[in-house]
Design a protein around this ligand. Structure first.
Ligand code: PEP
Ligand code: MG
Length: 315
C-alpha cells in the first residue's frame, strides 16, 4: 500500500495497471510557464495565449510574439506544449481584436470565428510560433478555440501546416462539435475538451454567472454525455482526446474522464498531485466501470455520489 502511494507521487501519470494518462499544466504567461516547468508535469496542455495580450492596445508584432513564445517553450525542453491560438472575445476581450459590440458575445464572433475574420492576426501568431519552435526545438502542438464544424477544423489545420507547424488540434467546447466529433476530428492530430465552455453551451448557462453554478457543474449528465461522444469520435478516428477545462483537476472526475477514453488531463499545476494519486489507485477497467455507472446517473449530484461510492469501494 505504501509502495502504491509512493508510486502515485511522482513521474508520468498512469493508472494502477500502467495505462498512461499525461498530466499537463494550464498556463497563461511566461511566469506561469517557468513555474509549471519546475513542477512534476509532463508539459503544457493549454497555453491561453490571449492572456498575454489582455492589456495590449495594439496587435503584437511577429517578433514580439516570437520572443514571448521562446520564453514559454524553452523551460519545457522536450516536453509537449499545447498552444491555443488567440481565444479573443466574450469573457476575454482583446482591444486590438475588437469587432464591435455584439448582443450576445458568448455566441458571437469569438475564438476561431474571430481568426477567420482577422486571418492577419492568426497568421502572425502562427508565424511567431513557427519561429519559436524552430529555435527551441520544442514539441509544439497548436490548437484552435471554439471550433463548431468540420470545415472550421480543416481550415485551421491547413493554415497551421502551411506555417510548417507539425501538429494541429481543436478544442471541443461547442456541443455541435462534440456530437459530430468523428467528422470534426478526422484529419486533426489531437483534440482537447474545454469543459468550461462545453458546460456553458450545453446547459445554456452563462459561465460568468455565479448564480448558475449548479447548471455549470461539469458533472451534469448532459456534459458527460458530450464528453463520451467526443471520446467515441476520437476512438473512431484514432485521434487522442484530452481535457483542459476545470473538470480535469477534479480527482474523482478524472477517473470518469479516463474511463471514457481521455488520454491527457491539463489543469492548474497545484492540482496535478491529487489527480496523479487518484489515477494510481485505480486500474483502467475500474475507471471504465466507474464511467459506465456515472453515465447512468440522472443528476449531477447522483453522478458524483455514484463515482465516489465506486471509487472508494475499489481503493
Ligand atoms: C474551456 O472552455 O474549458 C477552456 C479550457 O478554455 P477557457 O476556460 O479559456 O475558455
Ligand atoms: Mg473555452
Amino acid at each position: 500500500r505504501r509502495a502504491a502511494a509512493l508510486s502515485g507521487s511522482a513521474g508520468p501519470g498512469r493508472t494502477s495497471d500502467g495505462h498512461a494518462v499525461a498530466l499537463l499544466a494550464n498556463i497563461g504567461d511566461v511566469e506561469d510557464a517557468v513555474a509549471a516547468a519546475a513542477q512534476d508535469v509532463e508539459g503544457v496542455g493549454l497555453f491561453r495565449t490571449e492572456f498575454v495580450f489582455l492589456s495590449s492596445s495594439s496587435a503584437p508584432t511577429v517578433e514580439e510574439q516570437a520572443e514571448i513564445y521562446r520564453r514559454v517553450l524553452a523551460p519545457f525542453g522536450s516536453r509537449r506544449v499545447v498552444v491555443r491560438t488567440l481565444d479573443a472575445g466574450a469573457d476575454k476581450p482583446l482591444a486590438f481584436a475588437d469587432l464591435g459590440p455584439e448582443e450576445n458575445p458568448a455566441l458571437g464572433r469569438r475564438g476561431l470565428r474571430l481568426s477567420a475574420e482577422r486571418p492577419d492576426l492568426l497568421d502572425a501568431q502562427l508565424q511567431a510560433l513557427a519561429i519559436a519552435t524552430r529555435e527551441t526545438g520544442a514539441d509544439v502542438r497548436v490548437m484552435a478555440p471554439m471550433v463548431a464544424t468540420a470545415e472550421e477544423a480543416d481550415w485551421f489545420a491547413r493554415r497551421v501546416r502551411e506555417h510548417g507547424l507539425p501538429k494541429a488540434g481543436v478544442m471541443v467546447e461547442v456541443p455541435g462539435a462534440a456530437l459530430r466529433s468523428r467528422h470534426v476530428l478526422a484529419g486533426m492530430d489531437f483534440a482537447s475538451i474545454g469543459t468550461n465552455d462545453l458546460s456553458q453551451y450545453a446547459m445554456a448557462a452563462d459561465r460568468m454567472q455565479g448564480a448558475l453554478s449548479e447548471l455549470l457543474d461539469p458533472w451534469q449528465p448532459a456534459v458527460l454525455d458530450l464528453v463520451a461522444a467526443t471520446c467515441a469520435g476520437g476512438a473512431a478516428t484514432g485521434t487522442p482526446v484530452g481535457v483542459c477545462g476545470e473538470a480535469a483537476g477534479d480527482p474523482l472526475l478524472a477517473l470518469v474522464l479516463v474511463g471514457l477514453g481521455v488520454s491527457s488531463l491539463s489543469m492548474a499545476p497545484s492540482k496535478v498531485p491529487m489527480v496523479r494519486l487518484a489515477l494510481s489507485r485505480h486500474a483502467l477497467t475500474d475507471c471504465q466501470r466507474i464511467a459506465t455507472a456515472v453515465l447512468g446517473a440522472r443528476t449531477a449530484a447522483a453522478a458524483r455520489a455514484v463515482c465516489l461510492e465506486e471509487a472508494v469501494a475499489e481503493v
